[in-house]
Design a protein around this ligand. Structure first.
Ligand SMILES: C[S@@+](CC[C@H](N)C(=O)[O-])C[C@H]1O[C@@H](n2cnc3c(N)ncnc32)[C@H](O)[C@@H]1O
Length: 264
């Protein structure tokens, strides 16, 4: 990923104003025509069939969902316990289950998303392994619950959500709704576990990285996809070596990859 993306939203490059205007247009168009749609739409992403009710982030329209889902499907999650923060249609939680996870907790602040995740888990044959809960970050997760894998593709932008659908897009002024994401994730991470986080180059990545490091995570880029105006990056966060008792470990492996690290 480029240095400018790591610094957060570009402010000085000559494309800054057109990019800002374009993002505002995309936000308005997605809210008006997709998130505020009055009907449930059916879509397919890879081999996963999903019903997307009104107000829920559409994984067939936004490329981040398919990118992250494909990444998860390459992992060997057999026997692992996972949680997704901000599940939307449930696509990433389902992908973790289809990659072998024995249990996946799917959290969302939007009740329509929680309902969709349950329906979509049943449609794709993994209802017995998906536990969808209405939750603000980890609020519906018991203090003693621990996860081998924490997944999140949070809202990309700062700003006050105007309605429940808008929570898919904006994370409060200064990203304040994500302030406790990393501390909570750290507390719910099993020993040797990791967090996978997808962020846009338009997000203030530097700020989120600082919060993650403050919570005791190391931060490493593992995948990137660029589209015309933006790139999307998956980061792997692991508890700092000192905090996991000096025991270093390999990242989650790809299915059938033997002992080698994830190949991207
Ligand atoms: C960018 S969408 C991603 C949806 C889905 N994971 C995907 O990749 O298609 C972000 C999701 O996070 C949810 N969300 C936003 N703030 C949240 C919070 N504080 N707690 C739980 N979920 C939240 C939104 O409702 C939305 O479903």
């Amino acid at each position: 990923m480029t240095d400018s993306a790591l610094r957060g939203p570009a402010t000085t490059d000559r494309y800054s104003l057109p990019r800002t205007l374009f993002r505002k247009f995309v936000h308005w168009a997605s809210h008006t025509f997709i998130l505020s749609s009055k009907r449930t739409r059916r879509t397919r992403v890879g081999d996963v069939v999903l019903d997307v009710p009104p107000s829920v982030f559409h994984p067939g329209v936004f490329v981040t969902s398919g990118m992250f889902a494909a990444h998860l499907r390459r992992l060997d999650l057999r026997g692992k316990c996972a949680v997704e923060v901000g599940t939307g249609s449930g696509i990433l939680a389902l992908s973790a289950a289809l990659a072998g996870a024995e249990r996946v907790v799917a959290l969302d602040i939007n009740p329509n998303a929680v309902h969709a995740a349950r329906i979509n888990a049943a449609t794709n044959g993994v209802a017995d392994r998906i536990d969808a809960r209405l939750s603000n970050l980890f609020s519906a997760v018991a203090a003693e619950e621990r996860f081998d894998l924490i997944i999140s593709s949070p809202p990309s932008f700062a700003g006050e959500p105007v309605d429940i659908a808008d929570h898919a897009w904006v994370a409060g002024p200064g990203y304040c709704h994500l302030r406790n994401l990393f501390g909570s994730a750290r507390r719910h991470l099993a020993t040797g576990g990791e967090m996978l986080l997808l962020l846009s180059s338009d997000t203030n990545i530097a700020l989120l990285k600082a919060w993650a490091q403050e919570a005791g995570f190391s931060w490493q880029q593992v995948a990137e996809k660029s589209i015309l105006i933006e790139s999307f990056v998956i980061f792997r966060l692991q508890a700092n070596v000192s905090e996991r008792g000096g025991a270093d470990r390999q990242p989650l492996e790809t299915a059938g990859s033997g002992s080698g690290p994830l190949s991207l």
